[in-house]
Design a protein around this ligand. Sequence first.
Ligand SMILES: CC(C)(COP(=O)(O)OP(=O)(O)OC[C@H]1O[C@@H](n2cnc3c(N)ncnc32)[C@H](O)[C@@H]1OP(=O)(O)O)[C@@H](O)C(=O)NCCC(=O)NCCS
Length: 186
Amino acid sequence: MLKLATDRLYLRPPQMDDAAAIAAALSRYEVAKDMAHVPHPYSLEDAQAWLERQPQISPPYGQKFAIFTHEDQFCGMTGFTEREELPSLGYYMHPDFWGQGLMTEANWALIKWLFNGPGAPKITSGVFDYNIASLKVQQKLGFQTVGQSQVQSLAQNKEFAHIDTELTKDAFENAAPTLATLRKNT
Ligand SMILES: CC(C)(COP(=O)(O)OP(=O)(O)OC[C@H]1O[C@@H](n2cnc3c(N)ncnc32)[C@H](O)[C@@H]1OP(=O)(O)O)[C@@H](O)C(=O)NCCC(=O)NCCS
């Protein structure tokens, strides 16, 4: 099985028995509100339906990874959705794990896997303009702001200004060549 590892985490493709942990994270309004496509309330059935769709979504530009501590505690999810023939990055952490640099660490492993393995000309992403924590995660990894758009938050049922970002392999390697460098920048 595809598995990525860092000092504090491991990542593997999501499985049906992750449904309860996914629902526990995404049912938290403070998580759902900052994502474009997550409804609120979010149920176990929503997580199961999402997991059922995953095998039909082709890797690598659609590859998702569930994130765990080495003690097998589910922390969150990261991965790509194919948009305009490019991988678009999206992610969340359960609030119990916020503020420890874990999302930056997990995304570093994911991006290193994509650029050094399957490859991609660039990765696209973005944040609602008020989401400073997520913007910081992306900036530490080398993402650059490339534009502004308006994006709907399903949970908030409202449109927000959105900062559009992109990452090339060169920018990633300059910003975060190793996890140790990344920690120094944190
Ligand atoms: C955004 C999110 C993924 C960050 O996860 P995390 O594991 O806490 O992230 P990290 O600890 O790796 O980095 C967060 C950075 O933002 C900073 N930060 C956190 N809250 C902040 C705030 N309110 N204002 C400014 N900076 C903030 C942290 O200090 C850290 O920066 P530092 O390393 O320079 O100190 C998490 O908060 C989350 O899941 N939010 C809800 C879903 C979401 O926003 N997903 C992304 C959609 S684009």
